[in-house]
Design a protein around this ligand. Structure first.
Ligand code: SF4
Length: 70
C-alpha cells in the first residue's frame, strides 16, 4: 500500500501542532503511533483534522514498508 509523500508531510505537520500528540508520538485520541499511522491512506484523524485518501492515481508514492526506516 502506498500514498503521496506530500500528504504524509501535511498529516505529520498537523499532528505535531496538535495537543493530543504526546511526547512519544502517540495520539491520545486514537492511541496510535503517529509516525506509522500518517502513512496509511485509509485512516483518518479521530478529531477530523485530516482525512483518509484516495491513492489510486498517485505518481509520487512511498511504500508503507519504509515506515520503520525513518
Ligand atoms: S491524529 Fe488527530 S487528534 Fe491525533 S494527534 Fe494527529 S491531529 Fe491530533
Amino acid at each position: 500500500m502506498t500514498m503521496r509523500s506530500g500528504e504524509v508531510g501535511k498529516r505529520i505537520a498537523i499532528c505535531k501542532e496538535c495537543p493530543e500528540l504526546n511526547k512519544l508520538n502517540f495520539c491520545r485520541q486514537c492511541g496510535c503511533f503517529m509516525p506509522a499511522k500518517v502513512r496509511i491512506p485509509q485512516v483518518s484523524c479521530p478529531l477530523l483534522k485530516w482525512d483518509s485518501m484516495n491513492v489510486e492515481d498517485s505518481k509520487d508514492k512511498i511504500p508503507v514498508k519504509d515506515i520503520t526506516e525513518e
